[in-house]
Design a protein around this ligand. Structure first.
Ligand SMILES: [Zn+2]
Length: 227
């Protein structure tokens, strides 16, 4: 670990991430116990929303794990964790609606989503290599190698950045849909659904803040080395 002006900020964001994780876990547990007014499971909500948006060809599948819910743009499938698939809770409704939000983005070729999909593969490779390239560059006094490491950190930061509009949009429109159709019920349940998705969105904000700080730190460190 590098100690410099960014270190306290990185620790701060790290603590904030833990707090956000805790908030997400509490909110999700709380609203996972409250039934949604129409008694619709996550699978029911997803199916209905997909059909309402002309996405009858997108299947809704159950996947193992907790909070493993995701939309798969390659297979064109909405995947819900066991509890969200089967349970008719406010949380299950909110998460299912969010994943359908990604399916709608995919259908409309949302530019940020397309770009994020293209970045995913090289990013995985780059993120695994970046710290090694960076350190190897420093120890072997190969500044070119060090800068390649910095470049990959910057690339990761951009990935986290374009994830933000994708995630916010995937929650905003489906929440409006649930409210319009009267599916979310009481103002309290509406607030619950919104809180679950806001908490999830905050984890992405923290992810970006961390990636940004790490990139700035690497950039500063490499700049001092290169002098
Ligand atoms: Zn999402």
């Amino acid at each position: 670990m590098i100690f410099d002006a960014y270190t306290p900020l990185i620790l701060l964001v790290f603590v904030a991430s833990l707090l956000i994780q805790g908030y997400l876990s509490r909110t999700y547990t709380k609203w996972g116990r409250v039934a949604n007014p129409r008694g619709m499971t996550g699978a029911d909500v997803a199916r209905m929303m997909l059909d309402a948006n002309g996405l009858q060809n997108v299947p809704v599948q159950m996947v193992p794990g907790n909070l493993s819910d995701h939309y798969d743009p390659g297979q064109k499938t909405v995947n819900l964790s066991e509890s969200n698939f089967q349970v008719a809770s406010v949380a299950a409704m909110a998460v299912a609606a969010h994943e359908v939000g990604h399916a709608i983005q995919d259908k409309s070729h949302m530019p940020a989503l397309v770009l994020r999909g293209k970045m995913a593969m090289p990013l995985n490779l780059g993120m695994n290599l970046a710290p090694w390239l960076f350190m190897a560059g420093i120890f072997l006094h190969l500044s070119g190698l060090m800068w390649v490491g910095v470049f990959f950190f910057g690339f990761a930061m951009l990935f986290h950045l374009i994830t933000l509009p994708v995630e916010f949009d995937a929650s905003r429109r489906p929440l409006a849909f649930l409210n319009e159709r009267g599916l979310s019920g009481s103002p309290e349940a509406q607030g619950g659904a919104r809180n679950v998705l806001t908490a999830a969105a905050l984890t992405y904000v923290a992810g970006f803040a961390m990636a940004l700080l790490q990139f700035m730190q690497m950039l500063g460190f490499a700049g001092r080395r290169d002098d």
